[in-house]
Design a protein around this ligand. Sequence first.
Ligand SMILES: C[S@@+](CC[C@H](N)C(=O)[O-])C[C@H]1O[C@@H](n2cnc3c(N)ncnc32)[C@H](O)[C@@H]1O
Length: 221
Amino acid sequence: MWCPEGLDEIEAELLGPMEDLKDKDVLEIGAGAAQCSRWLAAQGARPVALDLSHRQLQHALRIGADTVRLVEADATALPFADGSFDLACSAYGALPFVAEPVTVLREVRRVLRPGGRFVFSVTHPVRWAFPDEPGPEGLSVASSYFDRTPYVEQDDDGNAVYVEHHRTVGDRVRDVVAGGFRLVDLVEPEWPAWNTQEWGGWSPLRGNLIPGTAIFVCERS
Ligand SMILES: C[S@@+](CC[C@H](N)C(=O)[O-])C[C@H]1O[C@@H](n2cnc3c(N)ncnc32)[C@H](O)[C@@H]1O
């Protein structure tokens, strides 16, 4: 699943035809509990699920990542040799949370084999300008789309406990190119009629009016 809209890889085939996943080495960035990697393993691929968070990887183990290799590391410094993977993917992992996403893109390019795809989903940049609310209050512009000041939550001691960085659509395209990729597609999934679920700031109400997710389909040049 790429996003709260519910677009799944069986339908989208953004990593290429499903039958070609068999025996592919796939790196998942910011894998969380490794849901995508488990699905990839079920298709016959050899996924590696990478995340910075020890706790997330514990969840991955608990849920049953026995078919997936788990790696605890920072996506800005990948602990793999050049050309180790055929494909890379990320569903909302790592990229929104680093100040310099080009570093991640360059690292992913380095560990991909020539022609390899990197497909990643992030919150659609236009959402930055709206309150993160699923109801009507989430439909009025409240801040500037062009303001790149990161969103930061702090604990009582003033330590940052959650940081999210905003990139405009243009910023993301430039990042992809600077990272050494060719942009093959930019998918903006529409809210499907069957999806009645609210999840955080995502809802049918908003989903029918403004995009929630941007999926960048990139090829290693
Ligand atoms: C929104 S969650 C998405 C998790 C999963 N991909 C999913 O679809 O449920 C973002 C994940 O990115 C991870 N992450 C954030 N910064 C990272 C970094 N620099 N390197 C690796 N993982 C990172 C977080 O620990 C978290 O598990």
